[in-house]
Design a protein. Structure first.
Length: 354
């Protein structure tokens, strides 16, 4: 059984257009279940997400938050639900394009859609499923004067290629999972790596905290208690920062800074695609969960319709109905016979359980 293929900017290389049945924008729980439902009707999928891993808000913001209203699971964490969904869609081998955002969407003369990400990767697809939750995640910018001038050159809010940070003197600001995970990942290539956090308590997974502290104890990375209050350098190149600690302010030399202070959600480029919107949500019908543009569907928290409940289980229901309509687009000459996974030998074969 083929495993899921995870791709990033480095792997994609923004080369030739990728042609596929369906592109799902987002990789949260509703997007992952959409992979499952589309897979049951023989529709291949590629997923695009701005985050560096699947799971969306559940995995990024609330990985250990308990969820109590998933049918059959009395209690499951955000990361636990993501893990189960990833296991469930394994038979369909979806391709993930992470650390990317869809910036352009247009309909081609032949009726298909062309999507382009912020990294220049093109997709040609017969249908699009928007499952972007509350919108695209945007990193929280630290309130530092002039930080905009350093962004993209020596201040970065994400890591797209580890190799780009080789031999850098890196300062990572923050105390959550992203901060510590990237500190551990970048330490082997960095000339010097330091984590700065305003407290000596962290909001990351205990294993990551223990590993980081062990590397600090061994001298492989440094930790500073305090917060960055100013940036120094010319022409976008960071030379040093000012760090305020209990003892006062001091100058700390570094050439790269990675602030990880969480994410906010914005509708983003979706707002410019000509879809009917209601209070920054995409209006859909309740038969197919199709938008005002034929062939573009929306499931999960991103959509709006009378009686809408912003629940994960509602998104699962929407994905199931969406997949039935999607089959008619991909296979217009085939009649879709509704089947149950409990009794259909063909569906069980697809799932690898028969």
């Amino acid at each position: 059984m083929q495993q899921e293929v995870f791709t990033s900017a480095a792997a994609d290389g923004a080369t030739a257009p990728i042609e596929t049945h369906a592109v799902i924008i987002g990789a949260g729980p509703c997007a992952l279940f959409a992979v499952f439902e589309l897979g049951l009707v023989d529709i291949e999928t590629h997923l695009i997400d701005i985050l560096d891993k699947p799971g969306g808000q559940c995995a990024e913001l609330y990985p250990e938050k308990p969820i109590y209203d998933i049918p059959g699971l009395p209690i499951v964490t955000g990361q636990g639900l993501t893990d189960r969904l990833m296991e469930q869609i394994e038979p369909f081998s979806p391709t993930f394009h992470l650390n990317q955002r869809v910036d352009q969407l247009e309909r081609l003369a032949d009726g298909r859609f062309r999507l382009v990400t912020d990294l220049g990767q093109e997709f040609i697809t017969q249908l699009v499923v928007v499952a972007a939750g509350g919108g695209s995640f945007t990193p929280k910018r630290p309130p530092l004067q002039g930080i905009e001038g350093y962004e993209g050159t020596s201040v970065h809010y994400s890591v797209r290629r580890i190799e780009d940070f080789r031999d850098r003197e890196i300062l990572i600001a923050g105390g959550g999972d992203s901060a510590l995970d990237w500190a551990l990942a970048l330490q082997p290539v960095a000339k010097k790596l330091t984590v700065v956090h305003r407290r000596d308590k962290f909001r990351a997974a205990p294993d990551s905290v223990n590993r980081m502290l062990a590397e600090v104890d061994s001298g492989e990375m440094d930790f500073l208690l305090g917060q960055v209050t100013a940036l120094h350098g010319d022409n976008g190149q960071l030379e040093a920062v000012t760090i305020r600690a209990k003892e006062g302010e001091s100058r700390f030399e570094c050439d790269t800074m990675l602030p990880f202070f969480g994410l906010t959600m914005k509708l983003g480029p979706v707002a410019d695609w000509g879809l009917n919107l209601h209070q920054n949500l995409i209006e859909v019908d309740t038969e197919k969960f199709e938008t005002s543009e034929p062939g573009i569907f929306a499931v999960g928290d991103i959509n709006s319709y009378p009686g809408k409940l912003k629940l994960i289980l509602s998104g699962f229901h929407e994905a199931a109905l969406m997949s039935q309509a999607a089959h008619k687009i991909i296979y217009p000459d085939q009649k879709l016979v509704f089947q149950y996974t409990t009794s259909s030998s063909s569906l069980q074969k697809k799932l690898g359980v028969r």
